[in-house]
Write a protein that binds this ligand. Structure first.
Ligand SMILES: Cc1cc2nc3c(=O)[nH]c(=O)nc-3n(C[C@H](O)[C@H](O)[C@H](O)COP(=O)(O)OP(=O)(O)OC[C@H]3O[C@@H](n4cnc5c(N)ncnc54)[C@H](O)[C@@H]3O)c2cc1C
Length: 432
């Protein structure tokens, strides 16, 4: 790699987003990716207005929309009986937040950033597994297994859930949720797709499981995600999340959901981990970004979005810390980044956990949840304003959180007292 000012480790959506954001500020940026090529595994991804607003600022939104789908509504249904619980009008949502809610294939989003980086002159180098990070008197250095090293003024570690760089800041491990995700896409030519309204993002929430679907690539594909709690994981077995568990987990769900299961990919699945939030992401001239800093459970569909926001915020803090000669006060820029992002991401990670609990309720708690969701005003934005408004650049811009609604307020008769562990309803609609 020729003399970069910034090295980004990791060429996922977070790493490429950050590389593009920093290159826009006129910096020489290189990305080191361990895989033999740059790419993304998986199927669909949902992009809320707090992300599409940034894509628009980058001049990439029209291309993203051409590759994806802008659905009309997001609907949450009960997975057991298929009945509707609540919905969001995504056109009204676009009006409120000034940017669309859209869905896109992961590889298309990744490709969008990859092409943008290439056009902008980011140096992209694959087959580079970084094994060590250290600060130097003038910046930071990464090292490789064969003993080579590479230096820059700053290193951004976008190396994902199992980040090596994170160990510089905290001695923690990923937290297993015991839930596993199956994914799959169905071509529009299949009869299954005829039963589906492709203008909807739909989530079916059930006891210990949920099922999501939405259209991709202008309706050429139906994306499906099936998520469930693995009994084998709860029993401490290492071989967990297998296809036999998938079928058993959805046995109590409605016909529509069960009919979708044969279309899931059965040869790979994603065990779902997050990490407890940390409030320090910067170690000298090395900073965490994306899943390395704040891997969430995916229930509010903000993991990749947070990573894209991280890159944008960092980029926006470069300009005010740049001297007339182009040199950057990195201590100041990284401090401004660390002042605002960890608190927002802490909120997302903890809300994602609570939202997952709410989705997977059974028994009386499920009935209480359903009653609250059915009764909510579908044009009440108070539960999502904190998330979908403009990304904060300063701590004072971070919006207030919503006020949770206790499940027991659903008014069942008799209502048992809410235990402290009982989830609260943070009403929005469904993501997966
Ligand atoms: C089922 C599911 C559904 C989801 N749905 C959504 C959604 O709808 N919306 C949303 O916003 N998010 C969603 N997410 C979350 C989202 O996928 C992640 O948060 C996001 O992809 C993280 O991006 P990243 O670039 O930070 O990390 P990663 O995608 O993990 O990328 C890390 C990159 O670093 C590379 N790397 C790792 N270690 C090294 C090393 N030592 N040296 C060099 N390179 C290295 C890896 O090869 C990889 O390319 C979902 C997640 C799951 C599991």
């Amino acid at each position: 790699m020729s003399d970069p000012e910034v090295i980004v480790v990791g060429g996922g959506i977070g790493g490429l987003g950050a590389a593009y954001a920093l290159r826009r500020q006129g910096l020489r940026v290189g990305v080191l990716e361990r895989s033999a090529s740059f790419g993304e595994v998986g199927a669909g991804i949902q992009l809320a207005p707090n992300c599409t607003r940034i894509l628009d600022a980058y001049g990439l939104l029209d291309e993203a929309k051409a590759l994806g789908v802008v659905p009309d509504s997001m609907v949450m249904r009960d997975a057991t009986d298929g009945s509707e619980l609540t919905r969001l009008d995504l056109r009204a949502l676009e009006e409120r937040y000034g940017s669309p809610y859209m869905v896109i294939h992961r590889s298309d989003l990744h490709g969008l950033f990859l092409r943008a980086c290439e056009r902008a002159g980011v140096e992209l180098v694959h087959s580079q597994q970084v094994v060590g990070y250290e600060n130097t008197p003038t910046g930071a250095r990464v090292s490789f297994e064969d003993g080579r090293t590479q230096e820059a003024r700053v290193v951004i570690a976008a190396d994902g859930l199992n980040s090596v760089a994170r160990k510089l800041l905290v001695d923690d491990e990923p937290v297993s949720s015991a839930y596993v995700a199956y994914r799959g896409t169905v071509p529009a030519t299949e009869a299954r797709v005829a039963d589906v309204d492709l203008s909807e993002v739909a989530v079916y929430v059930g006891p210990g499981c949920h099922f999501v679907h939405y259209g991709l690539r202008g309706g050429e594909l139906l994306n499906q995600v099936a998520v469930f709690e693995s009994p084998k994981a709860l029993a401490g077995e290492s071989d967990w999340g297998t296809p036999d568990e998938l079928d058993a987990a959805f046995a109590r769900t409605c016909d529509f959901v069960r009919d979708g299961l044969p279309f899931m990919w059965r040869d790979k699945w994603w065990r779902m981990y997050d990490r407890d939030p940390i409030m320090h992401w910067v170690h000298g001239n090395i900073a965490l970004l994306g899943d390395s800093a704040h891997p969430p459970l995916q229930y509010i569909a903000q993991g990749a979005i947070m990573a894209i926001e991280d890159g944008w915020v960092l980029g926006e803090h470069v300009a005010p810390h740049q001297g007339a000669d182009g040199s950057v006060d990195w201590t100041g820029a990284l401090a401004a980044y660390e002042a605002v992002r960890p608190e927002h991401c802490r909120r997302v990670v903890t809300t994602s956990r609570a939202w997952g609990q709410l989705w997977h309720l059974d028994g009386l708690a499920r009935e209480q949840r359903n009653a609250l969701l059915r009764g909510r005003d579908t044009r009440d934005w108070s539960f999502i304003d904190w998330l979908y408004g403009p990304t904060a650049l300063e701590p004072r811009d971070e919006p207030e959180m919503f006020h949770p609604v206790p499940l027991a307020s659903a008014g069942h008769d008799p209502v048992p007292p809410a235990s402290p562990a009982q989830p609260v309803v943070a009403v929005a609609a469904g993501r997966g």
